[in-house]
Write a protein that binds this ligand. Structure first.
Ligand SMILES: Nc1ncnc2c1ncn2[C@@H]1O[C@H](COP(=O)(O)OP(=O)(O)O)[C@@H](O)[C@H]1O
Ligand SMILES: [Mg+2]
Length: 135
């Protein structure tokens, strides 16, 4: 799907399958550049979105997810936000020695293509992950 159709359609396909599997509403919005993104950027953003959605299913107790892809000024921005329970990033596995590696892997994937990864989470207030990569 990703190879043949590009990032946005692949995200839409994955979100639909995810919603059917988990019962969590997942909507995809946004725009990608008319030209196809570099393959490594597409794969990076797709993998990060997959892990973010898995985390929502696993931890968030959310009913809704918004996935948003935008581009401007040579940057592609992916946001995945949920309306779940949120968490305190200072207590997450990235900051402790607990086994989860998802957050670390998302950050490393973004950095490997020259991008940035940010988590905005408030206990009780949902979670947003934001990824910016050059594209
Ligand atoms: N969308 C989310 N909503 C609530 N908590 C989350 C969310 N995403 C991550 N977390 C918290 O951050 C922790 C670290 O996530 P991660 O590194 O992916 O590890 P894992 O999923 O294996 O526990 C999770 O254990 C969970 O407590
Ligand atoms: Mg995880």
């Amino acid at each position: 799907m990703l190879d043949e159709h590009g990032l946005l359609p692949a995200l839409q396909w994955y979100a639909k399958e995810f919603s059917q599997r988990t019962g969590i509403d997942a909507v995809v919005r946004g725009k990608e550049p008319k030209q196809r993104l570099a393959q490594e950027i597409e794969i990076t953003l797709f993998r990060i979105a997959q892990e973010a959605l898995n985390n929502v299913a696993k931890h968030a107790r959310a009913t809704r997810i918004e996935i948003d892809l935008q581009h401007s000024g040579g940057e592609c921005i992916l946001s995945v936000s949920d309306n779940g329970i949120g968490f305190d990033p200072a207590l997450s596995s990235e900051a402790t020695s607990r086994p989860g590696r998802g957050m670390v892997t998302m950050r490393e994937r973004a950095q490997a293509v020259g991008g940035h990864f940010e988590v905005k989470a408030v206990p009780g207030g949902g979670t947003q992950i934001l990824v910016r990569v050059p594209c």
